[in-house]
Design a protein around this ligand. Structure first.
Ligand code: AMO
Length: 431
């Protein structure tokens, strides 16, 4: 038998204990009076359970959110949550709440404005709708790990304090690091590439930091990046195939956690439809009646249009856009050997929003020296990274999924902050 470590019995398991006296524990959700009976609804880590007592035994200290330990007899009761209730309870209040709970946690949908929801995060997260978001998110991360382990990828943990920006651009956070300046990692990019030289296939689940000055509904200053990197590939299409498989497993694992079947689960087509960047611009230009041919990137409006197009044309929630202009991609990106102005890189759009970026990387040392020179970039802080390429690296590539973006898109959340336990943005550093 598995040890139970002395934890109280969870509400979901009470059906196996009918007739027994058990110990359960949780938070008082509400107290209801019906005739001569009083019912206390308790929320435990797994769900809700009902405790019934005579009105004469009712207590005044069972205030909402107080933590209680209850000993009582399990009785079958089809009208109660989970089909059982606890009778003849002996209730101990472990933590008494004397204040009025500032948000209503007991309605099916949480009403407050996003800001109050985030200000009261330790409380609002207790609501079932919020708990579901983060259970699904945990399952997505679990699926990511499982799918890659099964394909012999090794999990790595790379530094988050680094000496040089990994993605270029201005959106890095400098940190005072003893006598020097360090930066918070924008991605594990340079390290996951170096680790391909060690293990061949690696992945990482970890926080990354972007100094995003704008308040948008799809950017955070800190988010969870699901990164994979693999060697001995043909080109970026090998990586796209692996990504398709990973997403399929992630969504399958997560769907098991949707107890109420309340989520619209997407199919991951095999293969996921794909468009070249230049083709995407042509299609949108035609549809909008304007020439977007010189655009270096896809705007959010372009992504939304492509999302609708992929749904109408292929019935797909997913669309790859490959071959972004080399000049708009980071220095480590491999060019398309046939058309060097375009790169062997891709974005994956899900329901009209980019949720993944990936591609093939340069793998020869002289190509790095040339790419840095072309962009006027200094090799300072990159010396250790470049050494990997001086001493033999296979053709390789990888991708990074934004966990909060994927979660928000999947669950139809209009703001990415709802998919972060404690979101960080320009104005929010607490709780
Ligand atoms: P990129 O910078 O495109 O690529 O990021 C990869 C994915 O991370 C998510 N993302 C964000 N999510 C929330 N807030 C942000 N500020 C934010 N910025 C990005 C998106 C995006 O698709 N090293 C490359 C990946 C690679 O090529 O392997 C990189 O970091 O979902």
């Amino acid at each position: 038998m598995d040890p139970d470590f002395g934890f109280p019995i969870l509400s979901v398991n009470l059906l196996n204990h009918i007739g027994n006296t058990v110990r359960v524990s949780g938070w008082v959700q509400r107290v209801r009076r019906l005739g001569a009976l009083t019912f206390v609804v308790v929320r435990d880590p797994a769900g809700l359970l009902q405790v019934a007592m005579d009105r004469t035994d009712e207590r005044q200290d069972l205030t909402p959110e107080s933590v209680v330990v209850i000993r009582g007899q399990v009785v079958k009761e089809p009208r109660a949550p989970g089909g059982v209730e606890l009778r003849h309870p002996d209730i101990e209040v472990v933590s008494l709440v004397e204040d009025v709970v500032p948000i209503n946690l007991y309605t099916p949908a949480l009403a407050p404005h996003l800001n109050s929801l985030l200000d009261w995060r330790p409380l609002s997260l207790r609501h079932p709708s919020q708990r579901l978001i983060f259970r699904i998110q945990a399952a997505l991360a679990q699926g990511f790990r499982e799918s890659l382990r099964e394909k012999d990828f090794v999990e790595v943990h790379t530094p988050k304090l680094i000496a040089a920006a990994s993605e270029g651009g201005a959106d890095v956070f400098p940190v005072k690091y003893f006598e020097k300046t360090a930066y918070l990692a924008q991605s594990p990019q340079l390290y996951k590439q170096m680790m391909v030289g060690v293990f061949g296939r690696v992945f990482e689940v970890g926080p990354v930091f972007r100094a995003e000055p704008h308040a948008t509904s799809r950017h955070l200053s800190e988010y969870v990046s699901l990164d994979a990197e693999m060697g001995f590939i043909d080109n970026h299409r090998t990586v796209m195939g692996v990504l398709r498989h990973v997403l399929d497993v992630m969504l399958t694992v997560a769907a098991h956690h949707d107890g109420e079947n309340s989520i619209e689960w997407p199919m991951v087509p095999d293969p996921i439809p794909s468009l070249h960047f230049s083709q995407a611009l042509q299609l949108i230009s035609k549809a909008w009646g304007e020439d977007l041919g010189k655009e270096p990137d896809l705007s959010p409006a372009c992504e939304r249009w492509l999302g609708e197009w992929a749904k109408a044309r292929f019935g797909s929630d997913f669309l790859f856009v490959e071959g972004y202009p080399t000049s708009t991609r980071p220095f480590y990106t491999a060019r398309d050997p046939e058309q060097p102005l375009y790169s062997n890189s891709f974005d994956l759009l899900f329901r009209g929003q980019e949720i993944v970026t990936g591609g093939q990387r340069l793998h020869r040392y002289p190509d790095y020296v040339a790419a840095l020179a072309e962009r006027g970039m200094s090799a300072q802080g990159l010396e250790g990274y470049l050494r990997a390429f001086q001493f033999g690296m296979p053709a390789h590539g990888g991708f990074a999924i934004g966990l909060e973006r994927l979660t928000a898109r999947l669950l139809g959340l209009s703001n990415i902050r709802e998919a972060s336990l404690f979101p960080r943005d320009r104005t929010r550093l607490t709780p």
